[in-house]
Design a binder for this molecule. Structure first.
Ligand SMILES: Nc1ncnc2c1ncn2[C@@H]1O[C@H](COP(=O)(O)OP(=O)(O)OP(=O)(O)O)[C@@H](O)[C@H]1O
Ligand SMILES: [Mg+2]
Length: 308
C-alpha cells in the first residue's frame, strides 16, 4: 500500500512539475439550451499523450474544437504555452477531425502535395509516407481507401507542418483491431518526436496503452483526471469479483454493488471473499474474477458502459 502511495505521489509530482503546453480554464459551451461543456479546466504537459474520454454526446468534440480554435467558447479561456490562442497558434498544431471530407478523384500523393503547398515549411513527402506507412497506397484514389488507410492518410495531413501538438478526435473509431493497433504505433512514433497528443476515444484499452493522463467527461463535466494507473488504484481496492445474485439481490455484501443480475465485489483478499460467498451458498456458476480496467471505472462513475 505504501509502495502504491509513493508511486502515485511520484506520478503526480512528475506531471505537476512538467511544463504545460496547453491549458483550458473554466471552458463552457452552450448551444441554445444545451450545455455541451460545463466549466471544464485542465492542463496538458508537453510531450505527453492526453486522453479525453466520454460516451457519445459527452462534449469531447466540442471541447477539442474549442481548444483547436475552431469553435468559440461561451465562457472560459484556452492557453497555448501560457498565451491565449490566436491565429498564429494554428500553424503550430495538427488536427485530425472526427469526420473529414477528402477531395475526390485525386490520389493520396496528390492530396498530400496539395496540403503541403499550404505551409511555409512542410515536412517532406518521403518523411510523411514513412511515418504514416503510406507507401502501399500512395497512388490510390482517395475514394478507394479503407477506413484504416484513410485514417493513416489523415494523420499524414495533420503532421505536415511539424506540429508541436496534434489533436486526434476518435481516429480509431470503426477500425478493426489490427488497423487500430497499427494506428497506435503511429501515435507512439509521433509521441517519440516529443509531439504532444490530445486524443479522444471510446476505447478504454487504447487509452490505457497510449495515454499518460486521462480526463473522463460526461454530460459536459469533468468527472476525473489522472494517470490511468492512479485512476484505477484510487477507485478499486483489489480484484473485481462478479457473481450472479441468483434471485438473492436483497443480500447485503461488503464492498459490493448490484449491477443487473450480478453482485460486483471489490476485494483485497480473494480467499476470504470466496469463503464468504461459499458460506452464503450463492450459486457460483458464472462467477468471474478480474483486474478492474478503465471500462469498469467508467461504469462505476457514470452507471453506463463507455461504448454504448
Ligand atoms: N452544432 C451543434 N448544435 C447543437 N448542439 C450540438 C452541436 N454540436 C454538438 N451539440 C451537442 O452538444 C453535446 C456534445 O456534443 P459533442 O459532439 O461534443 O460530443 P462528443 O463527446 O464528441 O460525442 P461523440 O462521442 O458522439 O463524438 C451533444 O449533446 C450534442 O448533441
Ligand atoms: Mg465527438
Amino acid at each position: 500500500m505504501l509502495i502504491i502511495f509513493v508511486d502515485q505521489w511520484k506520478f503526480c509530482h512528475y506531471f505537476l512539475s512538467m511544463k504545460a503546453i496547453m491549458r483550458i480554464e473554466n471552458l463552457k459551451k452552450n448551444y441554445g439550451n444545451i450545455e455541451a461543456v460545463k466549466d471544464i479546466s485542465f492542463s496538458i504537459p508537453e510531450g505527453t499523450c492526453f486522453g479525453l474520454l466520454g460516451p457519445n454526446g459527452a462534449g469531447k468534440t466540442t471541447t477539442i474544437e474549442i481548444m483547436e480554435g475552431i469553435l468559440s467558447p461561451s465562457g472560459g479561456k484556452v492557453y497555448f504555452r501560457e498565451k491565449e490562442i490566436d491565429n498564429h497558434f494554428k500553424q503550430k498544431v495538427g488536427i485530425q477531425f472526427q469526420s473529414t471530407a477528402l477531395p475526390e478523384f485525386i490520389t493520396v500523393r496528390e492530396t498530400l502535395e496539395l496540403f503541403r503547398s499550404f505551409y511555409p515549411r512542410p515536412r517532406s513527402l518521403k518523411e510523411i509516407v514513412e511515418i504514416c506507412s503510406l507507401s502501399d497506397i500512395i497512388d490510390r484514389d482517395n475514394r478507394k481507401l479503407s477506413g484504416g488507410q484513410r485514417q493513416r492518410m489523415l494523420l499524414g495531413l495533420a503532421i505536415i507542418p511539424h506540429p508541436e501538438m496534434v489533436f486526434l478526435d476518435e481516429p480509431t473509431t470503426g477500425l478493426d483491431p489490427q488497423a487500430r493497433r497499427n494506428f497506435w504505433n503511429l501515435i507512439e512514433r509521433i509521441k517519440a518526436e516529443n509531439t504532444t497528443v490530445l486524443l479522444t476515444t471510446h476505447y478504454m484499452e487504447e487509452a490505457e496503452i497510449l495515454c499518460d493522463q486521462i480526463a473522463i467527461i460526461d454530460h459536459g463535466q469533468l468527472l476525473e483526471i489522472d494517470t490511468p494507473q492512479n485512476l484505477l488504484t484510487s477507485h478499486f481496492n483489489g480484484a473485481l469479483v462478479r457473481v450472479p445474485h441468483s434471485g438473492r439481490d436483497d443480500l447485503k455484501l461488503d464492498n459490493s454493488i448490484l449491477q443487473g443480475d450480478f453482485f460486483e465485489i471489490t476485494t483485497k483478499n480473494l480467499d476470504i471473499t470466496m469463503k464468504e460467498l461459499l458460506a452464503l451458498k450463492l450459486n457460483l456458476e458464472g462467477l468471474t474474477i478480474k483486474k478492474p480496467n478503465l471500462d469498469d471505472l467508467f461504469l462505476k462513475l457514470t452507471g453506463e458502459s463507455l461504448r454504448t
